[in-house]
Design a protein around this ligand. Structure first.
Ligand SMILES: Nc1ncnc2c1ncn2[C@@H]1O[C@H](COP(=O)(O)OP(=O)(O)O)[C@@H](O)[C@H]1O
Ligand SMILES: [Mg+2]
Length: 488
């Protein structure tokens, strides 16, 4: 038998007793404290669309089944008393004749209700735990990679910096588009969650939709809105700035949160200003930022990581993983030296290597290596323009391999917000390409082709029913620039 009931347990027992007494009275059930709040029963309902009373009846019956396994006698008493609606007299003078005095029977019944309540509370705790876990994972995009190749050292280093004992509060990962900043941030975040360094992670993509569904760019104030909103304070949106700042500072002092600001180069306000304003509000929380632009640690101490391409051996391992996943025979059979050549000419950039791998589905290795020789290899000394030109070259080779339908779908996709966790579902894309008379099976083929060529990503956490597709931020940029003839 479990420990003595605590005060709150007593309260629960009384409420469960009331529920049992009214189990055949739907109106009273639906209006019970329990149904609305006390044990958050709605979370326990297997089918949320059921009427509250029906769902409660189901829930109680399921718990009774569980009680049967633990204590069949108690389950039997409760079943006869409440489900079959026998009176106490019928039970003690009839069915259980002579077994208990009236007083003893009430005691036994109370113990039975106590055990049933315990089962309900256990289920409740389990649901809360699950909810807590999904809360922890609030907004964190799913991995866009199968295994993160060649970054274990830097992942470890960043996890160490994020430990509470480390004085650094801000980490900045900068590097070219497609070099693996977001992937690194996701991996670090997941490891922090697994080891319990933070209570919660708040992931904010500078390319984001606000709750009114209009695309907005990030500013200091909208970062505060996003933090407040994700921490359950939707009222933050309408507060004056000074109140917002106070609220966020209080929340971030109470919570030990990791705030991730991804794609900060796309923010409306200059990234260093956002960080400088946010820094004094961080409390016990820490900040991890990614951007194509370098972070300036002039006023705020920032642990800066300049991410560069994968070193040759890791790049080869990456290419093999990519070949495996996309079923690209030419990579599987390619000699190490040829892969090394790809690694060198792409500067080990994961996105560039993904595009080149896709091209290997259609073009011989020699042709691809030959086209790569016509552009300077990606290197760390390149400025923004040089590196965009480098990408343009690889991107356009891939686009030339597309069918007309696939090209139209790619352009349609560029109207959705880009990046992990964004994009659109199949039906959303279908609706967008409908005016182009692209049929369902043609759309399926186009999506498949775009995926194989790495011009489109599939959200790894998609369910069978709801698959999400998105473009990489840099791919979207390339499509838009191409449409506007900026890339000529
Ligand atoms: N080390 C890695 N191992 C495996 N895949 C990677 C790695 N780094 C990046 N990727 C993949 O390459 C693509 C580009 O990386 P991403 O993190 O989006 O770059 P960035 O954020 O710098 O633009 C993504 O699909 C990502 O999953
Ligand atoms: Mg990114």
């Amino acid at each position: 038998m479990a420990a003595k009931p605590t005060h709150s347990m007593h309260k629960n027992i009384d409420e469960v007793h009331t529920l049992l007494r009214n189990i055949k009275k739907p109106q009273i059930l639906a209006a019970s404290v329990w149904a609305t709040s006390c044990l958050n029963t709605k979370k326990l309902f297997s089918d949320p669309s059921l009427q509250t009373s029906t769902a409660l009846q189901e829930l109680l019956s399921e718990s009774l089944e569980q009680l049967k396994n633990v204590n069949p006698e108690y389950a039997d008493i409760l079943f006869k008393r409440f489900w079959e609606q026998k009176t106490v007299d019928e039970l003690i003078y009839g069915i259980y004749r002579g077994r208990w005095s009236k007083r003893n029977f009430f005691n036994v019944q109370k113990k039975a209700i106590y055990q049933l309540t315990e089962i309900l509370v256990q289920q409740e705790n389990f649901c809360l735990q699950q909810e807590q876990q999904s809360l922890l994972a609030l907004g964190i995009p799913h991995k866009s990679y199968k295994n993160l190749v060649g970054r274990s050292k830097i992942v470890q280093q960043l996890v160490t910096v994020l430990q509470p004992s480390n004085h650094q509060r801000v980490i900045g990962i900068d590097g070219m588009g497609g070099i693996g900043k977001t992937a690194l941030a996701i991996e670090v975040t997941e490891q922090c969650l697994q080891t319990g360094i933070f209570d919660i992670v708040i992931w904010i993509n500078a390319f984001r939709n606000d709750n009114r569904n209009a695309e907005i760019s990030l500013s200091f104030e909208s970062v505060l809105d996003a933090i407040g909103n994700q921490l359950g304070k939707a009222s933050v949106f309408t507060m004056p700035l000074i109140e917002k700042k106070n609220l966020i500072q209080t929340l971030l002092t109470q919570k030990n949160a990791l705030i991730v600001l991804d794609n900060l180069e796309t923010a409306a306000e200059y990234q260093n200003i956002i960080i400088r304003k946010l820094h004094p509000l961080l409390g016990n929380s820490k900040l991890l930022c990614t951007s194509r632009h370098r972070f300036d640690d002039f006023e705020v101490s920032i642990f800066n990581v300049n991410l560069t391409g994968l070193p040759s051996d890791s790049a080869i391992a990456f290419l093999r993983q990519e070949g495996e996943e996309k079923g690209i025979g030419r990579i599987k059979n390619a000699p190490v030296d040829a892969l090394r050549e790809i690694a060198v000419s792409t500067g080990g950039s994961p996105l560039a290597m993904k595009l080149v791998s896709g091209q290997l589905l259609r073009l011989p290795l020699e042709v691809i290596l030959d086209t790569l020789k016509h552009i300077p290899s990606l290197n760390t000394k390149m400025n923004e323009n040089e590196y965009l030109r480098f990408y343009k070259h690889i991107f356009q080779t891939s686009v030339k391999l597309l069918s007309t339908n696939s090209e139209s779908v790619l352009i349609a996709m560029s109207h959705f917000p880009p990046g992990e966790g964004k994009g659109g579902t199949f039906s959303m894309i279908q609706a967008t390409v409908e005016p182009l008379k692209i049929r369902r099976n043609e759309l399926t083929n186009a999506i498949n082709e775009l995926w194989q060529l790495s011009l489109l990503e599939i959200d790894r956490a998609s369910t069978l029913r709801d698959v999400r597709y998105y473009l990489h931020v840099l791919t979207q940029y390339m499509v838009h620039a191409d449409m506007l003839h900026l890339l000529k």
